[in-house]
Design a protein. Structure first.
Length: 595
C-alpha cells in the first residue's frame, strides 16, 4: 500500500470522524463518545488497510481509493463503490437496485447541470418544483432555456446537439455515467434539492408508519380480547401493558435510537464492519439492561399492589408481567435489528415482518384466550410468541432476500451432481438382475469408485474456489492459467487412480470378500472401472472450473446428456442385449463419462 493510498484512507477516516464529531458537538460535548468512535473507525480502517496490503502482494498494485463509498442516488437504498474497488466490503446489488441507483445518479447529475437533460424525458415543471428549486437553479434553467431557444433558432449547435436530423440526445451508458459521477463527487459538485429530499423522505415514511401501527396493534389486540372476559381483566391488562412499556419497552426503544446515528453514519461512510459492530454492542447492552427489568417484572404484583387498591387487578397484572419476561430479550434484539436494517435504507424490511407478525398475534390471541380457554393468561402468551417471532422473521427476511442468483446457480449445480449419482444408483438396481454375486461385486466396485472419487473431487473444490477468487478480483488471465493447471491435475489424478486399480485389483477386491465368484466378477470388471478413472478425473475438475466461473448449467447439460442420452441406453443394451452383464453396465457408464 503506497503513501497516497494511506493518505486516502486517512483522509476518509478523518472526514468521517470530523463529520460525526461535529454532529455530536451540536448536541452535547461528549469527548469520550467522539474518541470511542474514532477508535472504532481506526480499527475498521486498519483492517481494510491490511486487506488491501494483502491483496497488493498478489497483484502488485492497488487500484483507486479503497475506503470511499457513496449512497446510490444520495438517498436511495444500498451503496456501491465509487471507484473500481474489489474490497470485501463491496455490496451486491440486484438488477432493479442497480437500475434505480443509475437513474437516481443520472437525475442528480442532470439537476446539477453536469449532464444534459435527455430529450423526450424532461421533467414536468410542477408548482412544487418551481417553488422548491433554488434561485440559482431557476437562473440556470433560464440560461438553459435560452440556449435551447438559440439552438432551435439555428444560431449554432451545442455540445450535446444531435449530429443527425431527428435524432435524440445521447443517453450516457453506465461507464460514462460512472466517470461523470466520480468526477463530480471528487470535485464536490453534487448538490440536492428540496424537491428531491421531500420525495425521498416521503418514500421512507409510509413503510415506517405502517410498521409502527402494526407493532402497536400487538398490545391493542390483547386489550380487545381480554376486555370481553371482564372489567377486572380489562383493567389488569391495561395496567400490565403500561407497566411493561414504562419499565422495559420504552427504555429499549430509546436506547436503540442511538443506532440511528451510529449505524447510519457508519454505513454512509462505507464502514460496514462498524455497522454490524454497533448492532452487536447495542444488543449486548440491551441484554445487560434487561436483567433489572426482568427483576421488576417478576415482582410486578408486589410493586403494583403498593399503588393499586384493587388486589385482583394487581395480581393479574403481575401474572401478565411474569409471562412477558420470556419475550423481553427478543423485543430488545428486534429493536436493535430495526435500526440495523433501517440504517442501510431497508425500511420495508421491518414493515413486512410486522405485516406477517401482527395477524399471527391476532390469531394466537384468539386461539389461546378463547379456543384453548386459557383466558387472561393467554394474552401475554400470544405477545411472547409474537415477540420471539419478530426478530426471527427479520433475520429470515435478510437471509431470504435476493435468492435469485443463488438459485440460478444452485439448481444447475444440483443437476450436475445428482445426474451422476442417480446414474450409479440405477446401475446398482440393474446389477441385481444378474444374481447375488453380481450385486455383491457391484457393491465392491461402487465403493472403490466412491473412494477414488474423493481425490479429484477435493482438488475440484479447491480449483473452483481459486478460480472464482481470481475472476472476482478481475484477474482473468490468472484464472485461465489456474484452469489449465486444474485440467492437468485432473488428468494426473485420474491416471494415478487407474494405475492403483490395475496394479492392485486382486488384493483390493480381497479386502472386501473371500467369495471366489464375487472376486472373479469384480476383478474382470475392474479394467473398465480403472479406465473410467482417467475420464472421471478430467470431468470432475472440469466441473470445478465451471463452478468457479458460474457456468454450472454447462456441466448439468453435459451430465444429463452423457449419462441419460448415451450411458443408460448403452449400459442396458450391452448388459442385457449382448449379455455382458456387469461389464456391460460399466461400459455404458464409461462411454457416458467420456462424452
Amino acid at each position: 500500500m503506497g503513501p497516497n493510498d494511506h493518505l486516502a484512507v486517512e483522509g476518509d477516516r478523518n472526514s468521517f470522524v470530523n463529520a460525526l464529531s461535529s454532529s455530536l458537538r451540536s448536541r452535547a460535548p461528549i469527548a469520550e463518545v467522539e474518541e470511542a468512535i474514532a477508535r472504532d473507525v481506526a480499527d475498521c480502517s486498519s483492517e481494510d488497510e491490511r486487506a488491501i496490503d494483502s491483496g497488493s502482494e498478489d497483484s502488485g498494485e492497488v487500484s483507486g481509493p479503497p475506503m470511499y463509498r457513496r449512497p446510490s442516488g444520495v438517498a436511495y437504498g444500498p451503496v456501491r463503490p465509487a471507484f473500481n474497488d474489489s474490497s470485501v466490503d463491496a455490496p451486491v446489488l440486484t438488477r432493479s437496485e442497480r437500475e434505480q441507483a443509475r437513474n437516481a445518479e443520472r437525475a442528480l447529475l442532470q439537476d446539477n447541470h453536469l449532464l444534459p437533460s435527455t430529450a423526450g424525458h424532461a421533467k414536468p415543471k410542477s408548482w412544487w418544483r418551481v417553488l422548491a428549486g433554488s434561485p440559482s437553479e431557476r437562473k440556470q434553467e433560464g440560461r438553459d432555456g435560452a440556449a435551447h431557444g438559440a439552438q432551435d433558432g439555428h444560431s449554432g449547435p451545442r455540445e450535446t446537439s444531435p449530429l443527425l436530423p431527428g435524432s435524440r440526445e445521447v443517453l450516457y451508458d453506465d461507464d460514462e455515467l460512472e466517470q461523470q459521477w466520480n468526477e463530480a463527487v471528487s470535485a464536490g459538485r453534487i448538490q440536492t434539492t428540496w424537491t428531491r429530499e421531500a420525495l425521498t423522505l416521503g418514500s421512507y415514511a409510509p413503510p415506517l408508519l405502517v410498521a409502527s401501527l402494526f407493532q402497536y396493534s400487538i398490545n391493542v389486540v390483547c386489550i380487545f380480547a381480554v376486555g370481553r372476559i371482564g372489567k377486572v381483566e380489562l383493567g389488569a391488562v391495561s395496567l400490565a401493558s403500561m407497566t411493561s412499556v414504562i419499565t422495559g419497552y420504552a427504555p429499549f426503544l430509546g436506547m436503540a435510537t442511538s443506532l440511528d446515528t451510529l449505524c447510519a453514519q457508519a454505513y454512509g461512510s462505507g464502514h460496514k464492519h462498524l455497522v454490524g459492530l454497533q448492532f452487536q454492542r447495542m444488543t449486548c447492552l440491551l441484554m445487560l439492561c434487561y436483567i433489572p427489568v426482568a427483576f421488576v417484572w417478576w415482582h410486578g404484583e408486589w410493586l403494583l399492589s403498593k399503588v393499586v387498591p384493587e388486589a385482583r387487578s394487581a395480581e393479574l397484572a403481575g401474572q401478565y408481567l411474569r409471562v412477558l419476561i420470556i419475550g423481553g430479550p427478543f423485543i430488545g434484539i428486534f429493536e436493535a435489528g430495526k435500526r440495523f436494517v433501517q440504517a442501510q435504507g431497508l425500511f420495508r424490511a421491518v414493515t413486512w415482518v410486522l405485516v406477517i407478525a401482527a395477524p399471527i398475534n391476532a390469531f394466537l390471541t384468539w386461539f389461546l384466550v378463547w379456543k384453548m380457554e386459557f383466558g387472561f393468561i393467554g394474552a401475554p402468551m400470544s405477545v411472547v410468541i409474537t415477540e420471539i417471532l419478530m426478530p426471527l422473521f427479520l433475520f429470515l427476511y435478510r437471509a431470504l432476500t435476493n435468492w435469485g442468483p443463488m438459485v440460478r446457480l444452485a439448481i444447475p449445480g444440483m443437476i450436475m451432481i445428482e445426474a451422476e449419482y442417480l446414474a450409479f444408483e440405477i446401475l446398482v438396481l440393474a446389477s441385481s438382475q444378474f444374481g447375488s454375486s453380481s450385486l455383491a461385486a457391484q457393491s465392491i466396485l461402487s465403493t472403490l469408485i466412491s473412494i477414488s472419487y474423493q481425490l479429484p473431487f477435493s482438488f475440484s473444490i479447491a480449483a473452483s474456489t481459486r478460480i472464482a477468487n481470481l475472476v472476482g478480483a478481475g484477474l482473468v488471465d490468472a484464472a485461465k492459467v489456474s484452469a489449465r493447471v486444474t485440467a492437468c491435475i485432473g488428468f494426473i489424478l485420474g491416471f494415478f487412480n487407474f494405475v492403483i486399480l490395475m496394479a492392485f485389483s486382486g488384493p483390493i477386491v480381497g479386502f472386501f470378500t473371500k467369495d471366489s465368484d464375487v472376486q472373479e466378477i469384480a476383478v474382470a470388471t475392474i479394467p473398465i472401472v480403472a479406465v473410467m478413472q482417467i475420464c472421471d478425473g478430467v470431468s470432475i475438475n472440469a466441473h470445478g472450473i465451471l463452478r468457479g466461473i458460474g457456468q454450472q448449467h454447462i456441466g448439468g447439460y453435459a451430465n444429463l446428456g452423457g449419462h441419460y442420452l448415451l450411458a443408460m441406453p448403452l449400459s442396458f443394451g450391452t448388459a442385457f442385449g449382448l449379455d455382458w452383464q456387469l461389464k456391460g453396465l460399466w461400459f455404458g457408464i464409461l462411454s457416458g463419462i467420456l462424452l
